[in-house]
Write a protein of this length. Structure first.
Length: 440
C-alpha cells in the first residue's frame, strides 16, 4: 500500500510539489508546483478540457473573475451558510473542525453533541473543549481605496458562481440548445480551519467545474449520463484503477443546501477512502436566486416549443489537487528489478511530464553527443515534451526517469553510428528494443 509520506518525498525530491513559501519556513495550506508538477498539472487540466469541452458539441467555456460582486455570495448562500464548525481546545488552544476530530457527527453538530462525544485533542490529548462556533471560510478583502463595510469583497470559494453569473451572457450570445454545459477551470480559495493531508485539503486550490443546464423533467437521465462520463474520464483518461473508485450516495442530511441529490465519487487514497469529486443536482436553486437578487430573468426560451422556463442544473465538480493525488498514488510503484528495489511512476503517457528522455551512452564521446542531439531535436519537433539527460551513468539515468514517470528512454550508442538505430527502453517493463529514430 502506497504511503502518503512516499508521495510527498518523491514530489519534493523530483520537483513536482513543494511547500508554499518553503524558504521562509512554509505557509500552512499552500503548495507550490515545481517544473515537473506544473507539467503534470497542466497535462491533467488540458486532458480534462479536451474530454469535457473540446470533444463535445454541448459544452462552452468561460473564464470569470476571481473577485466578484459581493451580491454573488449573498444569492448563492455562501455569506449565510458557508461555514465550518470550529472548536477550540482550552488546554493548548488548538483550533479544529469539530466534525473531523469526532466520529459520528456532521457539520451541523451542536456544542452539546460534541461535548457528549468529548474526543481527545489531536495536539495535546486533553479533553477540555470550548463551544462550537461557526467559522465562515471565505477570504475577505477590500476593493478600492477606502476600507469600510462598503468595500468588502471576497476571494471566490468556488468557480461555480462565475459560471452561473455568466449563464445569461452565454444564452444571449451563443443561444445553445438544451441540454448544454458551461465549463470553467480556475483558482478557488477557502480559509480551511485545519488544512491537511498534503494537497488534499488546502486553502488555495484549482477547480474544474461544469454547470449542465437541462429541462426540469430530464434531470435524472442527464445526471446518469454525466456520472457515467465521470467514471469513463477517470478510468480511460486518468488511468485510475476501477476497483479504487466508489460511488457514495450522499444522504439528505449531509448534502449541501442547494442539492436535491449528490453522489460523491470516492477514491482509495493513501489517507483512506475520501471524496475525489462530487456530482450534484442543484435544481434551479442558483438561477432563481440570481433572479431574486438581480431582478433579471434567468428563463430560457425553448427553440422548438417556445416555452419559457428556468433550467435545472447538474454540476460535476472536480478538484485538480485531489486528482493529482489520485494519479500519483495510483502510479507510484516500488518493485524489484535486477536485484534491487526501484521506484517508478507508471503514469499514463498522456499525463507524463516528459514523453521521451534522450541520452548519449557516454557524454565524453562527441560523436555520440552530436547524434543524440539530432535525435533530441527531431523528437522535440514532434512531441515538445522531451528531456535531455547525460548526467551519471546510464543506469542512474534510467532510475531517475523511472521516478519521474518518463515512458520511454532513448539511448544513442555506438551501434547507432553504424546502423542508425537507437535503444528504446520501456519504463514499465524495463525491456529494450532497437528502432530507427523515425519509428519513434
Amino acid at each position: 500500500m502506497t504511503k502518503l509520506d512516499d508521495i510527498v518525498s518523491l514530489c519534493k525530491r523530483r520537483g513536482f510539489i513543494f511547500q508554499g513559501s518553503d524558504v521562509y519556513g512554509g505557509f500552512a495550506g499552500t503548495w507550490d508546483y515545481g517544473p515537473l508538477g506544473t507539467m503534470l498539472k497542466r497535462n491533467i487540466m488540458n486532458t480534462w478540457w479536451h474530454y469535457w469541452v473540446d470533444a463535445r458539441e454541448d459544452m462552452y467555456g468561460v473564464d470569470a473573475a476571481i473577485i466578484m460582486n459581493p451580491k454573488t455570495w449573498v444569492a448563492s448562500g455562501h455569506t449565510a451558510t458557508f461555514a465550518d464548525p470550529l472548536v477550540e481546545c482550552l488546554e493548548c488552544h488548538g483550533r479544529f473542525r469539530a466534525d473531523k476530530i469526532a466520529d459520528g457527527i456532521t457539520e451541523s453538530v451542536t456544542t452539546e453533541e460534541f461535548h457528549k462525544i468529548n474526543p481527545k485533542c489531536p495536539t495535546c490529548g486533553k479533553q477540555n473543549w470550548g463551544p462550537i462556533r461557526k467559522f465562515n471560510m471565505m477570504f475577505q478583502t477590500h476593493v478600492g481605496p477606502i476600507v469600510d463595510a462598503t468595500s468588502v469583497a471576497y476571494l471566490r470559494p468556488e468557480t461555480a458562481q462565475g459560471i452561473f453569473t455568466n449563464y445569461k451572457n452565454v444564452v444571449d450570445t451563443i443561444y445553445p440548445s438544451l441540454p448544454f454545459g458551461i465549463a470553467q477551470q480556475g483558482k478557488a480559495f477557502r480559509n480551511e480551519i485545519s488544512p491537511r493531508d498534503f494537497v488534499f485539503r488546502s486553502r488555495e486550490f484549482e477547480q474544474m467545474e461544469i454547470e449542465y443546464f437541462v429541462q426540469p423533467d430530464k434531470w435524472q437521465e442527464n445526471f446518469d449520463k454525466l456520472l457515467e462520463n465521470c467514471h469513463d474520464f477517470f478510468e480511460r483518461e486518468m488511468g485510475l484503477p476501477k476497483e479504487k473508485i466508489h460511488d457514495y450516495e450522499v444522504p439528505a442530511s449531509d448534502r449541501a443546501h442547494y442539492s436535491d441529490r449528490t453522489i460523491d465519487i470516492e477514491f482509495d487514497f493513501p489517507i483512506g477512502k475520501e471524496e475525489l469529486m462530487g456530482i450534484a443536482y442543484r435544481t434551479d436553486f442558483d438561477l432563481q436566486n440570481i433572479t431574486r437578487e438581480s431582478g433579471k430573468s434567468m428563463e430560457y426560451r425553448d427553440k422548438i416549443t417556445g416555452e419559457s422556463f428556468t433550467p435545472h442544473v447538474i454540476e460535476p465538480s472536480f478538484g485538480v489537487e485531489r486528482l493529482i493525488m489520485a494519479v500519483l498514488s495510483s502510479a507510484y510503484t516500488e518493485e524489484e528489478l535486477d536485484g534491487s528495489t526501484r521506484t517508478v511512476l507508471k503514469l499514463p503517457a498522456n499525463l507524463a511530464p516528459y514523453k521521451f528522455c534522450v541520452s548519449p551512452l557516454l557524454k565524453n564521446k562527441p560523436e555520440l553527443v552530436k547524434k543524440a542531439k539530432e535525435v533530441y531535436e527531431q523528437l522535440r519537433a514532434k512531441y515538445t515534451y522531451v528531456t535531455w539527460d547525460d548526467s551519471g551513468n546510464i543506469g542512474k539515468r534510467y532510475r531517475k526517469q523511472d521516478e519521474i514517470g518518463t515512458p520511454k528512454c532513448v539511448v544513442i550508442d555506438f551501434d547507432t553510428l553504424e546502423d542508425g538505430t537507437v535503444t528504446v527502453r520501456d519504463r514499465d517493463t524495463a525491456e529494450q528494443i532497437r528502432l530507427n529514430p523515425d519509428e519513434l
